[in-house]
Ligand binder design. Structure first.
Ligand code: ZN
Length: 302
């Protein structure tokens, strides 16, 4: 998504929430008179008066605060006892270096706040009070110009959810202008346990099945045109992961192409899209599409 700097005002926020089919994104901002406007990517140009409380959410008394931990870039606030040496917390801390090394990105010291609720209903109540128009999800990522924060319920899929949302945090700390498809593709890639080395078996099986049916073809330009997370289907999330996996796990040249793209985005969000760069490096889209199909068939057969 390309958002002009005038839209990203002092109070601008980006919400990202994980759901069964991936993330839903919501852009929240305030007009010059301080009245809240909320452009949901789910429902464009909807005004929501309840968003008025958003600017105060980070000073709210109903934030989890029983346990406070600082681990690397992560500032953890939980409403239950949680050791800083908890395996998942160590894993999330290590993810910072892993993302930096695999994408050749710098490491930021910008805090990422993790607000963790022991009880799913407590979390959902908090979201209803502070983000009343936001759909019910297990976790969400909120970005303002001063704060990166993840809100999540400590439930069965907490590890996957926190790896996904914290990836958004680490990425947004250093690449603010990341396109929607790549933001999600990278989060899907890094939400997996390290032992998976980025191979998302569920996505690979899904796309391989769609190829067999003859009902889907990879097309990067179609992903790049996405600006609305509501328009992102399971196919889109899976395909976004697939392009990222292909770029990072096949040849050094493709990995470097992605690294250069991210570096350019850091300096100017309006830069040549990845599809244009791939055409120069790999040939016409038919060649790249054939390579992606082959990669997917191999990945699904593992
Ligand atoms: Zn996401």
């Amino acid at each position: 998504m390309v958002v002009s700097s005038s839209v990203l005002s002092r109070f601008a926020c980006l919400l990202v929430a994980v759901g069964a089919a991936g993330c839903a994104h919501t852009l929240v901002t305030f007009d010059p008179d301080g009245r809240p406007l909320l452009w949901q990517r789910l429902d464009q140009s909807v005004q929501v008066a309840e968003a008025a409380g958003l600017a105060n959410v980070f000073t709210s008394t109903d934030l989890p605060q029983r346990t406070e931990r600082r681990v690397g870039q992560l500032h953890i606030h939980a409403d239950f006892p949680l050791a800083g040496q908890h395996r998942l917390i160590r894993e999330l801390d290590n993810l910072r270096v892993s993302i930096s090394q695999q994408l050749d990105l710098p490491i930021s010291d910008e805090p990422i706040h993790l607000y963790l609720f022991a009880d799913l209903e407590d979390y959902q109540g908090f979201v209803r009070r502070h983000f009343p128009q936001f759909p019910t999800r297990r976790a969400c990522f909120v970005e303002t110009d001063t704060t990166l924060a993840v809100f999540a319920a400590w439930q069965e899929r907490i590890a996957e959810d926190l790896r996904h949302e914290t990836t958004h945090g680490y990425l947004h700390a250093v690449v603010p202008g990341l396109p929607l498809w790549l933001d999600e593709g990278l989060a899907e890639f890094f939400e997996l346990p390290e032992a998976s080395v980025g191979l998302h078996e569920r996505h690979a099986a899904h796309l391989a099945g769609r190829l067999l049916e003859g009902t889907w073809q990879p097309q990067l330009e179609r992903l790049e045109a996405l600006e609305d997370a509501a328009a992102m289907s399971q196919d889109h999330y899976a395909e976004a992961w697939c392009w990222v996996h292909w770029l990072l796990r096949t040849t050094p040249e493709r990995r470097q192409l992605l690294e250069r793209y991210l570096t350019d985005l850091r300096h100017d969000p309006i830069t040549a899209p990845l599809s244009v760069r791939l055409r120069e490096a790999e040939g016409p889209p038919t060649v790249t599409t054939a390579a992606i199909r082959q990669h997917l068939e191999l990945a699904a057969a593992r």
